[in-house]
Structures are given as structure tokens and as C-alpha cells.
Design a binder for this molecule. Sequence first.
Ligand code: ADP
Length: 350
Amino acid sequence: MTHPRNVAIFIGLFVTLVTALLLYFFSIIPVVKGWQWLLIVLFVTITIGSYLLLNTTLYKELDTISEMLRPFKKKEENPERNKYINTTDPILKIRTELTDFAVQKQREIEELKKLETFRREFLADVSHELKTPLFAAQGFVHTLMEGAMDDINVRDRFLQKAAYSLDGLNLLVEDLITISQLEIGEIKMHFQNFDIRKLTEDIFEQLEDTAQKRGTRLKFYKYSPKSCYIHADKLRVGQVVTNLIVNAIKYGKDNGTVLFSYVIEGESVLISVKDDGPGIEEKHLYRIFERFYRVEKSRSKDQGGSGLGLSIVKHILEAHDSRITVSSKVNEGTEFQFRLKKGKVINEKG
Ligand code: ADP
């Protein structure tokens, strides 16, 4: 309706009608001969004149504004919407574009607000997490300096405790660096073909002592093949598997079993780490991948975790276009699963 052609016709008709009424009122119509021609010429002139005037002034200006908005406009997926944006009616076009622009800006503002809250919470979390071990180590050192050093037993015990706290601090800082590097994409994945069984056997060996302390048995699922190649970043997948197995030992039960399985399904391999520990209540399940989220604050902290293990796992798998899933039953155990691309078998001896 607001197309310049329609507006010009409307103005033409309106002026012609008013003129006709005036001419009739002053008895010029129908007395003067050829009054019809007068009205036709008037209509055509006014319509063409208005059309040219609108196109060269108002609508040209609207086109300029529309052009100015173009760089801020994201491509709209909805074809119905594109129909409006591609319309030749400049007013309708600019109205649609301005509405889109406002909606888009509103979304961006909300996103920024969310990020700001997230950043504030993260900073508070990090400061809190850093403070705890630092405070503990500081306490031990000061107590030693104030005289506890003279008692050799107390000295050794306090030094050990201070070292333990500082080790925890170191672990936390290392995990934080890994997470931030993964998030900004600084860590590039180095994809290669490798045997997931071989990698896990090495991890089992490294974790033997930790597992033994809790009497935990580390086992492969008996139907998993003797070798299975995947295409992924070996170092990072090693980190994923280690984090999951360490958690299964830490949060599993004493003398429990951790089962590692991998099954080839088409072009991918489904990998799982399962324990028979106390499990995780459903209300916590969807949050355990968040940074610093701990199901039971005191118990997890006693185990010396940074609260970032699962968050790192999630990030690494995302960098592999994969996703970690968890299922758990209280008092029965927890299972973490993820998929990776099947790899080509390579001769590692050569
Ligand atoms: P943390 O450093 O505390 O271990 P994670 O990110 O690795 O941090 O794990 C987050 C929380 O998820 C843990 O604090 C723990 O409460 C819970 N969790 C992780 N793995 C298991 C598991 N296998 N069984 C029970 N709870 C688990």
C-alpha cells in the first residue's frame, strides 16, 4: 500500500476529486465543455509529479537509511521474512528491517548481560577457589614460623600439609589455564589414528596406585575388541579418559570396579566409563559439567578435585564435535559416555 506508485495514485485521485467537487460547487462542471479532459490531465499530472517527487526525495532518503542498516543485519533464514525484506515497498521494507534490527540488538544486549553475570560469578568462584588452598598453606607456614618449627613432628606434618595445599593450588591453576585455552580455541587439536585400548592400558597403569589405595579394580569390558583405532587428538582424549577414570575411583565406592568399554558402531566408537559407586542424584546430573560445580562440596574437596575436571572433558569433546553424556542411579553407579570417530588401523611397530 505504501509503495510510491500507490501513494502517487492516491494523491492524484484525491486532488482530482477535490478539484472536481470545487468545480461542481462553483457550477463550472458540467457547464464548461471538455471538463472531463481537464480532470484526466489533472489526475495524470498530479500522479506523475507526486511519483517523481516521492522517489527523488522521501523514498530516496529511506533507501539510504535502509542501506545504512544493511551491515548490521544478519542473514535471515526465514523465507517469509525475506519476502518482506526484498519487497519493493520502501516503507514496509524499512519497517521490517528496523524491527529486525531492534530485535537483534535486544538479543545482543541480553547475551551481553548474561556474559557479564557469568563473568562476575566466574571471578567470584575463581577467587574463592584460589583463596582456600592459599589460605591453608599460609596458615601452616605462619604457625611454623611462630614456633611450631621447633617440634620436629609438628614441623614435618605442617610442611606436608602446606605442600598438599600448594599442590592443590597448582592443579587448580593448571586446570584453569587449560579451560581458558580451550575456550578461546588456543589449543589446536592434533588429530591422529591411535588405539584407544593401548592408550587406556597406559592410563590404567599410571592410576594403579590411586586405584589400589581404594581397592578399586580397573577393568575392560570383556566384549570390547582387543584393539580399536580412533581418529582424535591422542593427548586430549587421554586427558578425558584420565579425568573420567580418576573421578570414578574418587567418587566410586571402596573396593569397587571401574569398567572401561568401547564399541564400534558404524563410523564411530562409543566409549564409556562406568563405576558402581554411590551415583549422582538426578537434580545434580545436568550441572556437573559446570565449572566448580560439586555435588557434595566437602566430600569432593576432600578428594582434592579442582571442580574443573568434567568441564575440561566437555570442552575437549566439543572440540572433537562430540558430546559427553551421563547416566546415574543412586547406590548403583554412574556411567559417562561419548563418541569419537573410528580411525584407520596403523602399524605402530613400523
Ligand atoms: P572435581 O574436581 O570436584 O572432581 P569434576 O568436574 O571432575 O570436579 O566433577 C564434578 C562433580 O561431579 C564432582 O565434584 C563430583 O561430585 C561429581 N562426580 C563426578 N564424577 C562422578 C562419579 N563417577 N560418581 C559420582 N559423582 C561424580
